[in-house]
Design a binder for this molecule. Structure first.
Ligand SMILES: Nc1ncnc2c1ncn2[C@@H]1O[C@H](COP(=O)(O)OP(=O)(O)OP(=O)(O)O)[C@@H](O)[C@H]1O
Ligand SMILES: [Mg+2]
Length: 349
């Protein structure tokens, strides 16, 4: 019996007829951060700041009815406990005490909250382009169809809003595939230098529009990683796309690749608007945008960096950001370096 009680993850506390603690298990000692000898004989009223739990225990002792309550026991902690209190009855059905089981439900509550926030965010993101599409279609039906110029303008807005919806849904599907590990990571020796050059080519026109210079600096030994080529391409596109989007005209984007402690480090730096300190730790969250209006102008959904983080972590790497408002930002990620043998072989080829 002792062994079972000691190995329980849930805290277990028995009280006598007066509500005084008569038995605790190890988990309960941890929960109250007090050793057994300091808990025995105490009431919950003397242990906690609020009398709520003590009052519930007294109610169970008086009525003999089982109760289940949820409390945040310690105001300075965020932990929430579900507490099951059952009466302990003697041979002639007399109530001799009660048993309280403390189950930590903090994580479950957090997941519930995250899920509903996620649904609210997705619905909002889907509704915004739909509202605009509907508005323009109605205006067209109301007569704007007759005006060729107007008609063309409205249709092109509808077209770009539809693209936005498609991109949003694609990004969500990518994220969910990565979370459920449905995505197969096809590890190969990837030449990062080539990958970056490719992305520079793709993004070239966008950068030229804003007069941005793009530069690649790499050390000769670095550049090969064991990675999924397509997924790493997606990481680079997302980071360089951000560097372009969040820069003002005439800036500079530098990608650096080097080896450090057996890992390959890739840094994407820009001389753009930067990110305020209080937002830095949130930019990898889904849908988080420092400036919603600005991001939306560019058709952003706030999923790009969440995807980047997932892909890098799928490769066993890490991603960080450092930034200064008005000066620029640097996104750094590292990946396991490619192996020497095949690197040489591929260079020979
Ligand atoms: N290089 C950067 N400079 C300044 N702010 C940035 C930079 N990269 C990201 N951010 C901020 O972080 C937010 C999240 O970036 P993320 O790439 O996830 O979303 P997005 O660019 O808004 O949309 P998309 O889903 O199209 O990428 C951006 O909205 C922006 O506020
Ligand atoms: Mg982005």
């Amino acid at each position: 019996m002792q062994a079972i009680l000691a190995s329980m993850v849930d805290g277990l506390v028995a009280v006598d007829k007066e509500g005084r603690i008569s038995m605790v298990n190890r988990a309960a000692e941890g929960l109250f951060m007090l050793q057994k000898q300091h808990l025995l004989g105490q009431t919950f009223e003397s242990l906690l700041d609020t009398p709520d739990l003590h009052n519930t225990i007294i109610k169970v002792l008086r009525t003999g009815v089982e109760f289940r309550v949820e409390y945040n026991l310690f105001p300075n902690q965020e932990n929430i406990y579900r507490i099951n209190i059952v009466p302990l009855k003697g041979e002639n059905d007399e109530i001799e005490g009660a048993l309280a089981v403390f189950h930590d439900i903090t994580d479950a509550r957090k997941f519930d909250r995250m899920r509903s926030e996620f649904v609210a965010n997705v619905s909002h993101e889907l509704r915004t382009p739909l509202t605009s599409i509907k508005g323009f279609v109605e205006t067209l039906l109301d007569g704007a169809l007759e005006d060729k110029m107007l008609c063309r303008r409205f249709l092109s807005i509808i077209d770009s809003e539809t693209d936005r919806l498609t991109r949003l849904i694609d990004d969500l599907l990518t994220l969910s595939a990565m979370e459920t590990k449905e995505i197969r990571v096809n590890l190969q020796n990837v030449n990062l230098v080539e990958s970056v050059k490719n992305v520079f080519n793709i993004m070239g026109p966008q950068a030229e529009d804003k007069n941005l210079r793009m530069e690649l600096i790499y050390s000769p030994q670095a550049g090969w990683v064991k990675a999924d080529q397509d997924l790493i391409g997606q990481v680079l596109i997302n980071l360089i796309d951000n560097a372009i989007k969040y820069s003002s005209d005439g800036g500079k984007i530098v990608v650096r690749i080097f080896n450090e402690n057996g890992k390959t480090v890739i840094k994407v730096s820009d001389t753009g608007i930067g990110i305020a300190k209080e937002s830095l730790h949130r930019v990898f969250e889904r849908f988080y945008r420092v400036d919603r209006a600005r991001s939306r102008v560019h058709g952003g959904t706030g999923l790009g960096l969440a995807i980047v983080k997932h892909i890098v972590e799928l490769h066993g790497g890490e991603v960080f950001v450092s930034s200064q408002v008005g000066v620029g930002s640097t996104f750094t990620f590292c990946l396991p370096a490619g192996d020497q043998v095949s690197r040489c072989a591929e260079i020979d080829n």
